[in-house]
Write a protein that binds this ligand. Structure first.
Ligand code: ADP
Ligand code: MG
Length: 698
C-alpha cells in the first residue's frame, strides 16, 4: 500500500530532488542563493531550469507558469507550454534559465493603484528561489515576486521578503551584542491555522448571496446554533472525513505539512493547521491551501466557504498567525532559555515585540482589514478591533519585577537584574490559553488572532516583521553605543516595559468593560472598520518606519491604501446590489404571495361562518403587509445610497459613505427580511434557511 512518505512532497522540486538532479557545483550554488540570498549565476540558472523541466516532464507536466500574488488577494498564473518547434517539424520541450528567472505577464488588469498606467502593461515576475517550485495539475508553478518596470512591488511577496530581510538585519545586530558570532541568518516562521465552513453544493447553488459574495446577506438565526457547543472537536462526519482525507493527500503531495484538523465552534465549521515553516513559504502554502480546499470540496459535492462571516449570528472564521523568529542555527529567539544570558536576550526580543505591537497597533489592524473581516472583529467570538497582548501570569510577574525593581515572586525570589548572572531561570507559562486576546504569547511564539480566514497572511507578517525590526533597530542603536552593555540593557528593558505596558492585557478581551478601559484609560486605538483604519497607513510615523526599513516605497504605500479601500467599496457595493436583487425579485414577492394566500384563507373561512375570528390570519396579514412595505422602502433607500456613491470626491470619501450610509441601510433591509422569514410558511420562502445550510452536510 502507498504510504504518506511515498507521496509526501512528490509534486515539489524540493531539496531532495535538487540534490539528486543537479551537479554538486550547481546544487551548492543554488543552496547558497536559497540560504543566504546570494545572487544566482546565469549559468547556474540554466542548469536549474533544465533539471526542473526534466523533473516536471517526468511528472506529466506540459506547461509552466510564474505563480504570483497580486493585490487582488488570490494567486495568479499565466501558463506557457514548454514546447518549442524543432527543425524536423516536430517539437522539443524547452525551458531556459531566463524563463525561470524572469517572466512578463500582461499585468494591465491587475490592481496597481496608479503605480503603472494601464497602457504600460508590462510588469515582470521574478523567481523566488527560497520557495520551492511545484506541480499543480499539468503545470510547473514557479513562485515569483511581481513588480512594475519602475521597480515598484505590485504584489504581496516582494514586501514580505523585504520585511524578512529588515528583521534579519536588525536581529543579527542584537545577536552580535550578546556575543553570538556564528548565526548568519534570522528568519521569521509562521504556522497559520485556517478556519472554514463546509456546506453542500446543492444549498450553495440556491443562494445568490453565497455565490456572488461568499456570505449570506439574509437569514434568520436557526433554532439550533452553536449554543450546545457539541460541534467543537466533535466526531467528524463521514462526508467531511472523506473530504479531509483527500485534501490532506493533495496538500502532502505539495509538501504542505497539513497536520491538525478538527471541527470548530459553529456547525459546519472546521479548521486545518499546517506545521509552521519560514514565513514566505508559509504564505505561499496558505494561498495554495485555500485554493485546494475549494477545489477538493467541489469534487465531493461540497463548497468550502473561506469568508470571515458567512452566517450572521454564527461564529466567523479567522486565521491564527503563529509567529516566531529563529536563527539559522535553530535558536528560537522567543523561547526563554536555560541561562541568565539567554534569558536576558529572550526578554529583549520579547520587549521588541511588545514595543512593536504598541507602536504599530494601527499597522497591525490595517494588515487584517477587509470588508469581510470587519464583520468579525469586535463581534462576540472574535478578538476585538482593539489590539492588546497577552503574556501569561509568569512572564507578567517577571516584567513587573523588572519594572519596579522588586524581587521576582517566582520560585527563586531573586531580584531581577538583567545581564548579570543573578537573573533567575523562569518557567514559561503555556497553561493559560487566553483565547480572547488578539495577540497572545504561547510559550515560544506569538499567536496573532485578528487575521480573517480569507486574508493573505503576507500582509500581517509584513507589518509584524517590519515593526519588530524597527524596535530592534532602536535597541541596537542604543546598545551598540553603550559604555556598559549590561546596565544599558537593564535600563532599556525596564524603560520599554514602563513605556509600553498599556498594551499588555491578560483579561477577557471580549468584555465590553475592557474596550472602555482600553480606549478611555489606556489610549489604545479602536479602529472598528476598514474605512477607519486604512487612511492611517500613510501616517508619518508609519511611512517613516516602512520606508526606513525599505519594506515599501511611498508610492507603493499610497497605491496600497487606495487598492485596499477600493476593495472595501467594491465588496460592499456588490453585496448591496445582490441584496437589492434578492429582496426585490424573490423575497418581497414571496412574502406578498404568502400574505395573499393567508388573506384568501381567511376569506374562505369567513364565507363559511362570519363568526370565525381568524386571529392568526389577520395578525399575519397585518404584520407581513407592514414588513413588505418596509422591504420595499428599504430597497429604494439602499438604491439611493448606492447612487449617491457616484458623488464621492475620492476613495476615502466613498469608503466613509459605505461605512456610514450603505452598510446601515443593508442592515435595516436585512432585519426586515429576516423578520419576515420567521413568519412566512417555509414552502413560500425562496431560499434555503440557515438551518438547511448549516446542517446540510451529513
Ligand atoms: P492551537 O489551536 O492550540 O493554537 P495548533 O497546534 O492548532 O494550536 O496550532 C499551533 C500552530 O503553531 C501550528 O501551526 C504550529 O506548527 C505552529 N507553531 C508551533 N511552534 C511554532 C513556532 N516556533 N513558530 C511559529 N509557529 C509555530
Ligand atoms: Mg490557535
Amino acid at each position: 500500500m502507498e504510504t504518506v512518505s511515498d507521496y509526501f512532497g512528490s509534486m515539489v522540486f524540493n531539496d531532495r530532488v535538487m540534490k539528486a538532479m543537479l551537479s554538486s557545483k550547481v546544487y551548492a550554488s543554488l543552496r547558497k542563493t536559497i540560504d543566504e540570498g546570494v545572487a544566482l549565476d546565469p549559468s547556474v540558472a540554466d542548469a536549474v531550469a533544465q533539471a526542473m523541466k526534466d523533473w516536471a516532464l517526468s511528472k506529466g507536466a506540459t506547461h509552466f507558469t510564474h505563480w504570483f500574488q497580486p493585490l487582488t488577494g488570490i494567486t495568479a498564473e499565466k501558463h506557457d507550454s514548454f514546447i518549442s518547434p524543432s527543425p524536423d517539424g516536430g517539437v522539443i520541450m524547452e525551458f531556459s534559465g531566463k524563463e525561470l528567472i524572469q517572466g512578463e505577464p500582461d499585468a494591465s488588469s491587475f490592481p496597481s493603484g496608479g503605480l503603472r498606467a494601464t497602457f504600460e502593461a508590462r510588469g515582470y515576475t521574478a523567481w523566488d528561489p527560497t520557495s520551492y517550485a511545484f506541480i499543480k495539475g499539468k503545470t510547473l508553478c514557479i513562485p515569483t515576486a511581481f513588480c512594475s518596470y519602475g521597480g515598484h512591488a505590485l504584489d504581496k511577496k516582494t514586501p514580505l521578503l523585504r520585511s524578512m530581510e529588515a528583521l534579519n538585519k536588525q536581529a543579527l545586530r542584537i545577536l552580535r551584542l550578546f556575543g553570538n558570532t556564528t548565526a548568519t541568518n534570522v528568519k521569521s516562521s509562521v504556522g497559520p491555522e485556517q478556519e472554514y465552513f463546509l456546506i453542500t453544493k446543492e444549498m450553495y447553488d440556491q443562494r445568490p448571496d453565497l455565490r456572488f459574495c461568499g456570505r449570506t446577506l439574509f437569514g434568520a438565526k436557526p433554532p439550533k446554533g452553536q449554543e450546545m457547543d457539541d460541534h467543537y472537536f466533535g466526531a467528524i462526519k463521514p462526508r467531511v472525513a472523506a473530504y479531509m482525507e483527500e485534501l490532506n493527500k493533495e496538500l502532502w503531495k505539495l509538501g504542505i505539512l497539513a497536520k491538525t484538523e478538527h471541527n470548530e465552534v459553529a456547525p459546519a465549521q472546521h479548521e486545518l493547521a499546517p506545521i509552521y515553516t519560514t514565513t514566505n513559504v508559509a504564505t505561499d502554502h496558505n494561498q495554495l491551501m485555500m485554493e485546494i480546499m475549494q477545489k477538493i470540496a467541489e469534487k465531493h459535492g461540497l463548497v468550502c466557504l473561506i469568508h470571515e462571516k458567512p452566517f450572521a449570528g454564527v461564529n466567523g472564521s479567522g486565521k491564527h498567525n503563529n509567529w516566531s523568529i529563529a536563527t539559522n542555527e535553530g535558536q528560537n529567539l522567543l523561547s526563554p532559555g536555560e541561562t541568565p544570558y539567554e534569558n536576558a536576550q529572550f526578554l529583549l526580543f520579547l520587549c521588541a515585540v511588545i514595543k512593536a505591537v504598541d507602536d504599530y497597533q494601527d499597522l497591525l489592524r490595517i494588515s487584517v482589514a477587509t470588508a469581510g473581516n470587519d464583520h468579525r472583529l469586535g463581534a462576540n467570538e472574535a478578538p476585538p478591533a482593539v489590539i492588546s497582548m497577552f503574556l501569561g501570569d509568569e512572564l507578567n510577574a517577571v516584567l513587573e519585577a523588572i519594572e519596579t525593581d522588586t524581587p521576582y515572586k517566582g520560585a527563586q525570589k531573586t531580584q531581577m537584574k538583567l545581564g548579570v548572572d543573578v537573573l533567575p531561570k523562569f518557567n514559561r507559562d503555556t497553561t493559560d490559553r487566553n483565547r480572547t486576546s488578539p495577540f497572545a504569547f504561547t510559550g515560544n511564539k506569538f499567536e496573532f488572532r485578528m487575521l480573517g480566514s480569507s486574508n493573505s497572511i503576507a500582509c500581517a507578517n509584513i507589518m509584524l516583521n517590519a515593526a519588530v525590526a524597527e524596535s530592534l533597530k532602536v535597541f541596537a542603536d542604543k546598545l551598540e553605543g553603550a559604555a556598559d552593555f549590561e546596565s544599558a540593557l537593564h535600563e532599556m528593558i525596564k524603560q520599554t516595559i514602563k513605556d509600553h505596558k498599556r498594551i499588555i492585557f491578560n483579561g477577557n478581551g471580549y468584555d465590553d468593560a475592557w474596550i472602555k478601559e482600553a480606549t478611555e484609560v489606556r489610549g489604545l486605538l479602536n479602529y472598528r472598520t476598514t474605512a477607519d483604519c486604512m487612511p492611517h497607513l500613510l501616517d508619518k510615523k508609519n511611512v517613516d518606519m516602512l520606508i526606513g526599513h525599505k519594506v515599501f516605497t511611498l508610492d507603493e504605500l499610497r497605491s496600497r491604501r487606495d487598492i485596499m479601500l477600493e476593495n472595501y467599496c467594491k465588496t460592499v457595493t456588490i453585496e448591496a446590489n445582490t441584496m437589492v436583487d434578492m429582496a426585490k425579485t424573490a423575497i418581497a414577492p414571496a412574502i406578498s404571495e404568502f400574505t395573499a394566500d393567508v388573506a384568501a384563507n381567511a376569506n374562505t373561512k369567513i364565507a363559511l361562518d362570519p363568526q370565525i375570528a381568524c386571529a392568526y390570519e389577520t395578525d399575519i396579514v397585518r404584520k407581513l403587509s407592514a414588513i413588505t412595505d418596509r422591504v420595499y422602502a428599504g430597497v429604494a433607500e439602499l438604491q439611493d445610497t448606492l447612487m449617491a456613491l457616484h458623488d464621492a470626491k475620492d476613495i476615502i470619501a466613498e469608503s466613509e459613505m459605505i461605512r456610514d450610509m450603505v452598510l446601515p441601510k443593508m442592515c435595516e433591509l436585512r432585519v426586515a427580511c429576516d423578520e419576515a422569514e420567521t413568519m412566512t410558511a417555509k414552502e413560500y420562502w425562496p431560499f434555503p434557511t440557515y438551518a438547511d445550510i448549516l446542517f446540510s452536510v451529513r
